[in-house]
Design a protein around this ligand. Structure first.
Ligand code: SAM
Length: 278
């Protein structure tokens, strides 16, 4: 069953000459049943505005609208995609707004009404930067309720990683401090046109009302960045210079000074951040 009365995406791409550009991270999803599934994994959209980054020819956009999103605000850098997106806007009157621009520069807030969810098949070159920005706003809770984002599988694994694993690091701690994060879907390269070199996964993050453990956000971010900057070093060496009595503080936080960052869980990093702040 088609999800909407619009033409298939292959026809849209051919009609509008949307040959994929590597420089823009363009790997398109052409299966609308798949994009509708991704939209469903974002939760109930009927009462929400959805911010989508990089709609391209509109596969996920159509999935979000078909799944009942109240309103979609889509930010796309490639002007070639705008006519195709205008056709979708016409099929869903008043429910799709498209802004041509760079998602790293456009402030979407003026165009969104809460509650807001974010869903995107992110361009690989700006994906992590956008995620870190969404995870580190000046105040918590953030402007969004949830993030449903496609990443390269390796990045998705870094977001949900637990202590002791190779993937565990800054991204896992930032994400899990103030969100529930899980991988909800895995996709092989062939799901995309053109296929990328690696597999992908969709991560769903829902914002917690408050951080899991008390800590000052800036102190925690600085601490975690320094701890994992030299992840193979013992923490007493990796954190040297952060505060004069780092060894005492490590011990007070329940961390052996000889431990490495990758073995320390979120709770103890937060305890250490509180001691550093004192
Ligand atoms: N959402 C479409 C899909 O799932 O088929 C396209 C996804 S494709 C991986 C990434 C999209 O992001 C492309 O349409 C690309 O033009 C767009 N893009 C790349 N960099 C961007 C940026 N800085 N701001 C906004 N869009 C960007």
């Amino acid at each position: 069953m088609p999800i909407d009365p619009l033409p298939p995406l292959r026809a849209v791409i051919a009609d509008h000459g949307l040959s994929a550009r590597k420089s823009l991270g363009q790997n398109f999803l052409l299966d609308l049943n798949l994009t509708a599934r991704i939209a469903r994994s974002a939760g109930d959209l009927t009462q929400c505005d959805v911010l989508e980054i990089g709609p391209g020819p509109g596969g996920l956009t159509r999935g979000l609208l078909a799944e009942g999103a109240r309103h979609v605000l889509a930010i796309e850098k490639d002007a070639r995609c705008l006519p195709a997106l205008a056709e979708i806007a016409a099929a869903y009157p008043g429910r799709l707004t498209v802004i041509e621009g760079d998602a790293l520069e456009v402030n979407p807030l003026a165009h969104l009404t809460p509650p807001i969810r974010i869903a995107a098949n992110l361009p690989y070159n700006v994906g992590t930067e956008l995620l870190v920005r969404w995870l580190t706003p000046p105040e918590w809770p953030p402007f969004w309720q949830s993030l449903t984002l496609m990443f390269q599988r390796e990045v998705a694994e870094r977001i949900v990683a637990t202590p002791g694993s190779k993937a565990y690091g800054r991204l896992a701690l930032l994400a899990q401090w103030r969100c529930d994060a899980r991988i909800v879907m895995s996709l092989p390269p062939q799901a995309f046109t053109p296929p990328p070199k690696v597999s992908s996964a969709v991560v769903h993050l829902s914002a917690l009302p408050a951080p899991r453990f008390a800590a000052d956000a800036k102190t925690l971010e600085r601490l975690v960045a320094k701890a994992f900057n030299q992840r193979r070093k013992m923490l007493r060496a990796a954190l040297k210079g952060l505060t004069p009595d780092i060894e005492d503080k490590l011990v007070a936080a329940g961390i052996a000074p000889t431990d490495r960052a990758e073995t320390v869980d979120l709770e103890r990093f937060c305890a250490l951040a509180r001691l550093i702040e004192k």
